[in-house]
Design a protein around this ligand. Structure first.
Ligand code: NAP
Length: 243
């Protein structure tokens, strides 16, 4: 049987890197990063794991960069069977001070970028009558964190989009799900957690922040055949922060 191709956006660090590391050599892995050094570090990681794969540059905030990636993959006949939309950013500010570029940037990278990637890759999945789309959301989508109106709106949009897609694509054997992490120890949460670790932990029933691999394992499960009958769901992985 031929290897399934997995595309993971934002595979250079944090949760995306852990997702990449959760796959073995039964898969062909493609990871993206925003800079040459990120792309290089992903490739080194793939090589050190002795798995087949490749890495490419992608800026989801730039439509030309998305087009470049999709045509490059097309020219190399790399067609993702499993698309993991993980890359993300925050541009936190209370609404009174939120600048238009902070709003636009977050909506572009998360919602518009994912729309464009999904749209270009589902054609082949539909043709193959098999596919998996796993979108990384956030507890912010349901909790509505202060200072994160842009991010919460983008993530809630991703969850809603995923449910519509699950209905549209189910008959083609394409499953679409979200994983919504709580507070996970990555670069994204470094600033928020610095000096606040005890307070944050006190808000979480399991009493600690999560680790990237604790998200990756759920994503990997959703990509596996064990999850064949799961679609249109958002799986919350947050130590009980939201229930
Ligand atoms: P992270 O450590 O900050 O890593 C972000 C990743 O996204 C990096 O690989 C980065 O690439 C890439 N990226 C950044 N801007 C991009 C852009 N414009 N276009 C394409 N790729 C871009 O973040 P993380 O904590 O692992 O977060 C991963 C996902 O989980 C995000 O969707 C985030 O919203 C979600 N999430 C995280 C948490 C948390 O607590 N950490 C909680 C809920 C949800 P470079 O290395 O090249 O910059």
């Amino acid at each position: 049987m031929s290897k399934k191709t997995v595309l993971i956006t934002g595979a250079s660090r944090g949760i995306g890197k852990a997702i990449l590391e959760s796959f073995n050599n039964e898969y062909f892995i493609v990871g993206t990063g925003t800079s040459e050094s990120s792309v290089q570090s992903i490739l080194e990681n793939i090589n050190s794991m002795n798995i087949e794969g490749d890495s490419f540059k992608l800026d989801l905030g730039d439509r030309d960069s998305i087009k470049e990636l999709t045509s490059l993959l097309d020219s190399k006949e790399i067609y993702p069977d499993i698309l993991i939309n993980n890359a993300g950013i925050t541009r936190d500010n209370i609404m009174l001070r939120m600048q238009e570029d902070e709003w636009d940037n977050v909506i572009d990278v998360h919602l518009n970028g994912q729309y464009l990637l999904i749209k270009s890759f589902i054609k082949k999945m539909v043709k193959n009558r098999w596919g998996r789309i796993i979108n990384i959301s956030s507890t912010s989508a349901v909790l509505g964190n202060k200072g994160q109106a842009n991010y919460a709106a983008a993530k809630a949009g991703i969850e809603a989009m995923s449910r519509s897609l699950a209905r549209e694509l189910g008959s083609r054997n394409i499953n679409v799900n979200c994983v919504a992490p709580g507070f996970i120890e990555t670069d994204m949460t470094k600033e928020i957690s610095a000096g606040n670790e005890d307070f944050l932990a006190s808000q979480i029933p399991l009493g600690r922040l999560g680790k990237p691999n604790e998200i990756a394992e759920v994503v990997n499960f959703l990509a596996s055949d064990q999850a064949n009958y799961i679609t249109g769901q958002t799986i919350h992985v947050n130590g009980g922060l939201y229930m």
